[in-house]
Design a protein around this ligand. Structure first.
Ligand code: NAD
Length: 478
């Protein structure tokens, strides 16, 4: 499938391509261009040109185009969900859910875009300014780039593209290299809906060849990135060279604290949704299960019973709960990480085996707090890593010993204690009696420490995709 630059279907200028593989069958689905730095420069030129007129298109007209886009998404939902499931190994029911989210997210951003008000600063707040009025307006950043990870490509397309273009920016989308097809299709639907050429372009390729030049280009004024901390750091440093605005949503190793008075049945259900969804490949999935020793046995026994009921295998089957990891090599990496946990003192009590890119849900217990997984080793797979504790102070200490700080959660019937623990957790989102896997489109979602910079969501993204201009009316009140 070709890319879209300035409204036209194109190949890479050097004709190079990348194969897109279905991780369940191991078969090639399609191939896409591996775009070059020269292609990046061309796309940026078109984005600059298009932005000059797009910024002046009134919001109500932009909204109308996006409403038509949503109608097209509805009409193509079966094809989009099938593509997303096939290229990602995502269970088909979860792929439908992600396609369904496009309307929810776009409509919320469309509504918010009608309310991007400025401020008026009253005259006379400082001596000598009695006759002067000042007000603020929001202006777009200009050309933006969205670099998107493999796990929820459509959700992140929504979070980045909708606010950027509604605020008058143009944007170049760099889809994940493993599974770019659904995002190319969405970009095509935006054009079919009437979006002018050059406003949204899509460039596929690998991180170094296509992604890095996008973040290095001096005419890119804003970069919104979701992905790993390592790549986030390199983008941040590239952006510094030309002072581009950056928003970074990075990795996580979220704590799931179970106190001795917790409702264990509830904790188990939340462990299933919060760790097994998307086959464990979720930034804010609960990844470190920090469990009071007095309820450890009950937690382990019930976790095994419940995980046994999950349906594993063919992502195309509506009954499947656990699909494949995104690639065979992602599965091999997760297996090595599991072995490392065992080498460092953990004990596997369920699962641990893989067939192709399908990794059995795995439970590892008795993990010492010194193990890598208890700190910064993020396992992007359906793996429940249990770290037992004796005192609540110790639990909080283990939770905070990670350099990551995306989200965290605590299970207890004592609300005072729950609030106190949430206040002590060093992370951007906290959940009481639910897993850390909670992201609504409205909330400002983002991490502390190595988990990112800034927040994303209907409440906050418009601040990241606009800048403020002050207009001063000097002596207007004289
Ligand atoms: P990744 O960092 O490997 O890749 C993300 C994107 O960056 C892809 O499009 C990739 O092609 C591109 N890329 C790779 N190298 C690049 C470079 N040098 N310059 C520019 N672009 C480059 O991440 P991934 O494996 O796709 O996703 C998993 C990671 O993303 C996990 O760490 C997960 O926690 C994190 N994540 C975070 C959030 C969040 O909101 N905080 C959400 C989803 C995923």
């Amino acid at each position: 499938m070709q890319n879209i630059i300035n409204g036209k279907w194109v190949d890479a200028s050097d004709k190079s391509t990348m194969d897109i593989i279905n991780p369940y069958t191991g078969k090639k689905i399609d191939s896409v261009p591996n775009m070059t730095p020269k292609d990046v420069s061309r796309a940026v030129e078109y984005a600059k040109k298009a932005q000059k007129t797009w910024k002046d298109v009134p919001v109500h007209k932009k909204v109308k185009i996006l409403q038509e886009f949503l109608n097209l998404v509805d009409a193509h939902k079966d094809e989009l969900a099938k593509t997303l499931s096939q290229e990602t190994g995502k269970p088909i029911t979860q792929a439908y859910a992600e396609i369904g989210n496009i309307r929810i997210a776009f409509e919320a951003f469309m509504e918010m875009s009608k309310h991007l008000y400025g401020n008026t600063i009253p005259a006379g707040t400082e001596a000598g300014q009695e006759y002067t009025l000042q007000f603020t307006v929001r202006e777009p950043l200009g050309v933006m780039v969205a670099i998107i990870p493999f796990n929820f490509p459509c959700d992140l397309f929504d979070q980045k593209v909708a606010p950027a273009i509604l605020a008058g920016n143009t944007i170049i989308v760099k889809p994940p290299h493993q599974n770019p097809l659904t995002l190319i299709k969405l970009t095509a639907l935006l054009h079919e809906a009437g979006l002018p050429k050059g406003v949204v372009q899509v460039l596929t390729g690998d991180g170094n060849k296509t992604g890095a030049p996008l973040s290095q280009h001096p005419d890119v004024h804003g970069i919104t990135f979701t992905g790993s901390t390592a790549v986030g750091r390199s983008i941040y440093s590239n952006a510094a060279s030309h002072l581009a605005h950056v928003a970074l949503e990075l990795g996580g190793n979220d704590a799931f604290i179970v106190l001795k008075d917790a409702d264990i049945d509830l904790a188990i259900e939340e462990m299933i949704s919060g760790r097994m969804y998307n086959t464990g490949q979720v930034c804010c999935a609960s990844k470190r299960f920090i469990v009071d020793k007095s309820v450890l046995n009950e937690f382990e026994t019930k976790a095994i019973e419940r995980i046994k009921k999950l349906v594993i295998g063919n992502p195309a089957d509506k009954k499947t709960d656990i699909g494949t990891l995104v690639t065979l090599s992602a599965c091999e990496k997760a297996q090595k990480q599991i072995q490392n946990v065992v080498n460092q003192g953990g004990r596997i009590i369920y699962g641990g085996n893989a067939k192709g890119a399908v990794l059995e849900p795995t439970i590892i217990t008795d993990i010492p707090r010194t193990a890598d997984v208890a700190k910064d080793d993020e396992i992007f797979a359906p793996v429940v890593s249990i770290i037992p504790f004796d005192t609540e102070e110790e639990a909080i200490d283990i939770a905070n010993q990670s350099n990551y700080g995306l989200s965290g959660c605590v299970f207890t019937k004592n609300m005072n204690k729950a609030f106190k623990i949430c206040a002590q957790l060093e992370c951007g989102g906290t959940v009481i009696n639910g897993s850390s896997f909670h992201r609504s489109f409205e909330m400002p979602f983002g991490g502390y420490k190595y988990s990112g910079l800034g927040t994303e969501g209907v409440m906050s993204t418009f601040d990241a995709v606009t800048r403020t201009k002050t207009v001063t009316l000097k002596n207007v009140l004289k």
